[in-house]
Design a protein around this ligand. Structure first.
Ligand code: SAH
Length: 407
C-alpha cells in the first residue's frame, strides 16, 4: 500500500498506483496517467478479492475525497498505520531497531468526529445548492445525505442550511468569480455535554435573512448553543477568516476530556476524535511518568488540553501556542478547572522557547504536538540545549515526526 492508502502493484517491474485496492487483490485496471518510473491506474474489475477487502458502507466512498481506506478491514487499517510509522522512522528518520507498538484503535470507528467543515457551492447545471466534501484532488463538491464518520446532527444542520438558502435565494460562494456569500458550514459537537456550535463562513459581512438562519439552526436541536458568523473574503483555501461574530448564543461551547472541562471557541484547535483523544492524552501522561516535582513544557498546546491533563501530576506546566484565541481559551480552561500551576504564552514555539530558556526556564519533560509540518529546527535545538530528560512527541504526520526524530 502507498502512503495515501492506495494499492501499489507492479506490471513487469513498473510501479502502478491504484486507489481503492488492497494488497492481495487481483484486478483489471485502466492506466490513466504515466510518469517516467510509475503510473496511476483506475480500478475496472476485481478478479480476485483480497482477504482483507470489505464492502464500504458509504455509497459515495469512491467519489468523495473524505475517506481513503473504507474498503479495508479496520484491523488492517490499523496495521497499515503502524507500518507507515515504521517505514517513516526507518527511511526518513534513519533510525534502526525502534520498537513501534500496535496502533490503538476504536471499538466502533463510526460517527466519531466532532467537527465538520463542509464547503458550500452551487451546481452550475441545475442551480442547486451543494454541500459535501470535495472529490479527491479537486474542488468539485460531492453531495452526501449522511457522512458515516460524522455526528448525525450534521445531516439536519445541512438540510436546514440548504432550505434556508433555497427559500431566501442566498448565494453560495463561487471560487472562480469570487462572488456569492456562503463558503462553508463548520460545526462542532461536544460529545460529553452535547453542546453544538454552528459557524457559517461567509464572503462578506451582511447576511440577508439572518434571523431566519438563526431560527432554522435553533430548530435543529436545543443543544445548539452557539451560532457564529466567520467572515472570510479572501481568495484562499484557508477555511476560516480572521473575524468572528456571534449571531446567537454563546461564543464558545463546553466539553470534557476525562474529567477536565474545556471551553472551545471557533478558531481554536480541538482534537476531532473525542474517544481516542482521551486515550492519546492518557498515553502522553503515562509516558511522562510524572512524580510531581517536574516542570513540563507543552508546546503547540492549543486550548491547553494536554497542559491541564499534565498539570495535575506536575509541579508546573508551561504551555505555548501561536493562536491568541486558543491561549485565551487555555487560560479560561485552567481557571474553570481550578488548576493554577500552569502558565500560557502566545507565540511561535521556536521563538518563545529560546527566549524563555535565556530567561532561565528549564523543563524536565517536553511535550510537542505540532501541526503536519512538524517542529522548527530552532525549537528542537533549544530542547537539546536544555538537556531535557524526556520528550514526548505527539504527531499527526509520521513523516515530519521521523525527520524531527533524526535531528
Ligand atoms: N496539543 C493541542 C493542539 C495540537 S494542534 C491539542 O491536542 O489539542 C497544533 C497546534 O499548534 C494548533 O493549535 C496550532 O495553532 C499550533 N501551532 C502551529 N504552529 C505553531 C508554532 N509555530 N508555535 C506554536 N504553536 C503553533
Amino acid at each position: 500500500m502507498g502512503h495515501e492508502g492506495e494499492g501499489v502493484g507492479r506490471i513487469q517491474n513498473f510501479t502502478v498506483f491504484v486507489p481503492h485496492t488492497v494488497p492481495g487483490d487481483k484486478i483489471k485496471i485502466k492506466i490513466v496517467k504515466v510518469k517516467k518510473s510509475y503510473a496511476y491506474g483506475k480500478l475496472i474489475e476485481i478478479i480476485h478479492r483480497a482477504e482483507h477487502r470489505i464492502d464500504p458502507m458509504c455509497p459515495i466512498h469512491k467519489k468523495c475525497g473524505g475517506c481513503q481506506l473504507q474498503h479495508l478491514a479496520y484491523a488492517e487499517q490499523l496495521n497499515f498505520k503502524k507500518q507507515k510509522v515504521i517505514d517513516n522512522i526507518e527511511r526518513i528518520g534513519k533510525l534502526k531497531n525502534i520498537n513501534v507498538h500496535d496502533t490503538i484503535g476504536m471499538n466502533k470507528p463510526l460517527r466519531y468526529r466532532n467537527k465538520v467543515q463542509f464547503p458550500v457551492g452551487r451546481d452550475e447545471k441545475h442551480g442547486q445548492i451543494q454541500v459535501g466534501f470535495y472529490a479527491p484532488r479537486s474542488h468539485n463538491i460531492i453531495e452526501t445525505d449522511t457522512c458515516y464518520i460524522q455526528h448525525e446532527i450534521n445531516d439536519k444542520i445541512i438540510e436546514q442550511l440548504k432550505l434556508w438558502m433555497k427559500d431566501y435565494h442566498i448565494t453560495a460562494y463561487n471560487e472562480s468569480t469570487g462572488n456569492g456569500l456562503v463558503r462553508h458550514i463548520f460545526t462542532r459537537v461536544a460529545f460529553k455535554t452535547g453542546e453544538i456550535m454552528v459557524v457559517l463562513v461567509t464572503n462578506g459581512t451582511n447576511i440577508p435573512h439572518k434571523e431566519q438562519f438563526i431560527d432554522r439552526m435553533r430548530s435543529v436541536s436545543d443543544d445548539v448553543k452557539s451560532i457564529i458568523q466567520n467572515i472570510n473574503t479572501k481568495a484562499t483555501n484557508v477555511i476560516l477568516g480572521q473575524k468572528n461574530r456571534v449571531l446567537w448564543g454563546k461564543d464558545s461551547i463546553v466539553d470534557y476530556i476525562g474529567d477536565v472541562k474545556f471551553s472551545i471557541s471557533p478558531m481554536s484547535f480541538y482534537q476531532v476524535n473525542p474517544v481516542q483523544t482521551e486515550i492519546l492524552y492518557q498515553k502522553a501522561l503515562e509516558y511522562a511518568a510524572l512524580k510531581g516535582d517536574e516542570t513540563v513544557f507543552d508546546l503547540y498546546c492549543g486550548i491547553g488540553t494536554i497542559s491541564l491533563f499534565l498539570a495535575r501530576k506536575a509541579k508546573k506546566v508551561v504551555g505555548v501556542e501561536i493562536i491568541p484565541e486558543a491561549i485565551e481559551d487555555a487560560r479560561e480552561n485552567a481557571r474553570i478547572n481550578d488548576i493554577y500551576n500552569v502558565e500560557f504564552h502566545v507565540g511561535a514555539a521556536e521563538e518563545v522557547i529560546p527566549k524563555l530558556y535565556q530567561q532561565g526556564y528549564k523543563a524536565d519533560v517536553v511535550v510537542v504536538d505540532p501541526p503536519r509540518k512538524g517542529c522548527d529546527e530552532t525549537l528542537l535545538d533549544t530542547v537539546v540545549k536544555m538537556q531535557v530528560k524526556k520528550v514526548i512527541y505527539v504527531s499527526c504526520n509520521p513523516s515530519t515526526m521521523a525527520r524531527d526524530l533524526r535531528l
